[in-house]
Design a protein around this ligand. Structure first.
Ligand code: SAH
Ligand code: MG
Length: 198
């Protein structure tokens, strides 16, 4: 297990796969433990690194994770099998915006895929949240570039940074959710649905 994790960290560096920062995954694992999270939906599996660590937070949490890149999906399947976690981690090979999850609901939804689609992911998947559930989003600092726009000099990067800023405004303006932002790793947010009952 530990060896597979170390191997994945090496693979990620060698192949430019953006895996979650240690402090961020520790925060999420602690959240899973303290809140007795039973199931997680992850948008963006990459090679399965964060899914495997989330599954390790407790001995019964179940993860559904979606990845649209075939090479990464296959790598994730391989890693999950190596860890013997195939019973608790379900990897879906598809574009998250195309997936139909009717009939399913989750205690925690972790958004960590294309930064430019964060608002779309939130709007689609918030309907699958259990009462009391939360949506956690990663990379809100986007490697420190959000709030430091002068250092962003390519058009495509600036586009992503703009979209992350729009997502942050979207969260702040969202009347149905209360969002807290954490300066952990590459920046995390935790959005909790307000209790609308009187
Ligand atoms: N959660 C992973 C890292 C994910 S990196 C970890 O921390 O270990 C983001 C991944 O999201 C990439 O592998 C990318 O292929 C995938 N992705 C981007 N847009 C997507 C979409 N619309 N649907 C599914 N996966 C997507
Ligand atoms: Mg991330």
């Amino acid at each position: 297990m530990k060896e597979v994790i170390t191997e994945m960290e090496r693979y990620a560096i060698a192949n430019n796969v953006p895996i979650i920062e240690i402090d961020s995954i520790k925060f999420i694992m602690k959240y899973i433990r303290l809140n007795n999270v039973k199931n997680v939906l992850e948008i963006g599996s990459a090679i399965g690194y964060s899914a495997i660590l989330m599954a390790n937070a407790t001995d019964n949490v179940e993860i559904t994770t979606i990845e649209k890149d075939e090479k990464r999906y296959k790598e994730a399947v391989k890693n999950v099998n190596k860890c013997g976690l195939d019973k608790r981690i379900d990897i879906v090979f598809n574009d998250a915006l195309e997936v139909n999850l009717a009939g399913h609901s989750y205690d925690l939804i972790f958004i960590d895929a294309a930064k430019g689609s964060y608002i779309k992911f939130f709007e689609k998947f918030c309907h699958y949240l259990n009462p009391g559930g939360v949506i956690i989003t990663d990379n809100l600092k986007f490697h420190g570039l959000v709030n430091n726009k002068d250092s962003v000099n390519t058009k495509s990067l600036r586009g992503i940074v703009d979209k992350i800023e729009k997502y942050i405004s979207f969260l702040n303006d969202n009347k149905d959710y209360i969002t807290k932002f954490y300066d952990i790793g590459d920046g995390l947010s935790v959005s909790i649905k307000k209790n609308n009952e009187k």
